[in-house]
Design a protein around this ligand. Structure first.
Ligand SMILES: CC(C)(COP(=O)(O)OP(=O)(O)OC[C@H]1O[C@@H](n2cnc3c(N)ncnc32)[C@H](O)[C@@H]1OP(=O)(O)O)[C@@H](O)C(=O)NCCC(=O)NCCS
Length: 163
């Protein structure tokens, strides 16, 4: 468990099956700029207990124990860690994502990671605000790297360097 000031991050476990089944099949959770990747109970039961080398998967919990979303990281070949996040619709706008990302970033830098990146759609204002509030800087514009419902969307890469 990684403790932040207003949230904690707990690695995915089998106890999160209902939460992940409920929300990862809901297009409102993935939002307009992220593909929905439906998942079945059988897939989750098989995947959740497995080792996930190079991957960080955390449930975001409020201090009163409510599960409010998820934040993930993936170690990449270039030495960076790419992060991504989702908050359930009813908990948005309460700084949970900002605090979860701040907590993960602080933890990663303390563990020796020096370079963190995130890729967002240029129209995803809430996600861009989260990154800007943490000091991420825009480094690259990618034309049409993501397809959602047959529409190709642009992406912007942001980075935060440690030290
Ligand atoms: C992006 C997301 C995770 C943000 O979660 P959140 O907990 O609501 O974020 P926070 O409350 O920490 O901060 C959101 C910021 O965006 C702002 N914001 C929220 N909705 C907004 C809107 N429609 N227009 C402009 N700004 C908006 C908030 O005001 C806040 O900024 P502020 O502190 O400067 O006021 C959430 O919207 C979400 O799950 N979206 C769907 C999935 C997604 O897009 N994930 C990111 C993929 S890169």
């Amino acid at each position: 468990m990684i403790k932040g000031d207003t949230v904690h991050l707990r690695p995915f476990g089998l106890e999160d099956l209902d939460f992940l089944l409920r929300w990862n099949n809901d297009p409102e959770y993935s939002g307009m700029f992220e593909p929905l990747e439906p998942v079945s109970q059988e897939e989750l039961e098989e995947w959740l207990p497995r080792e996930k080398p190079g991957q960080l998967w955390y449930i975001i919990g409020s201090l009163d124990g409510e599960k409010v979303g998820q934040i993930v990281g993936r170690y990449q070949d270039d030495g960076s860690v790419q992060i991504g996040y989702r908050i359930i619709p009813s908990a948005r706008g309460r700084s949970y994502c900002t605090e979860a990302a701040r907590t993960l970033v602080t933890h990663l830098f303390a563990s020796g990671v020096e370079w963190i990146v995130a890729e967002v759609n240029p129209r995803n204002t809430p996600s861009i605000r989260v990154l800007e509030k943490l000091g991420f800087k825009k480094i690259e514009y990618k034309e049409r790297p993501v397809e959602i419902n047959g529409i190709w969307l642009d992406g912007v890469v942001y980075e935060l360097r440690g030290g």
